[in-house]
Design a protein around this ligand. Structure first.
Ligand SMILES: [Zn+2]
Length: 106
């Protein structure tokens, strides 16, 4: 389903990632647990159903924000230390860990 998306950024790099490629993002304290107790997961409003399916329980309205998704995506794209790990792109800026979860994994 997302073969084209996946190919584009894998070929041309994470600078070509768009909000449409992102399922959800995470912003939290670096070195701490990523379940959400030390940070926050935010879902792309385009993919609430997909996010709900993937994690197995409903994504709430308070967990959805295109603005936050876009902000975290831009932080990761602008970072020289961003690392791709499967369907995740992660970076640490200061004491904060940012993760972008891509849709290409589904
Ligand atoms: Zn936790």
């Amino acid at each position: 389903m997302n073969a084209i998306t996946s190919t584009r950024w894998q070929t041309y790099g994470i600078s070509t990632l768009k909000v449409e490629d992102v399922l959800s993002v995470y912003s939290g304290i670096d070195g701490k647990c990523c379940c959400g107790c030390s940070g926050k997961h935010t879902y792309n409003p385009m993919y609430v159903d997909e996010g709900t399916k993937k994690r197995g329980y409903p994504v709430k309205e308070s967990e959805v924000s295109k603005r936050v998704v876009s902000m975290v995506l831009n932080k990761v794209k602008g970072s020289m230390q961003a690392e791709v790990d499967g369907d995740m792109v992660t970076t640490v800026i200061g004491r904060r860990l940012y993760i972008v979860y891509l849709r290409s994994s589904n």
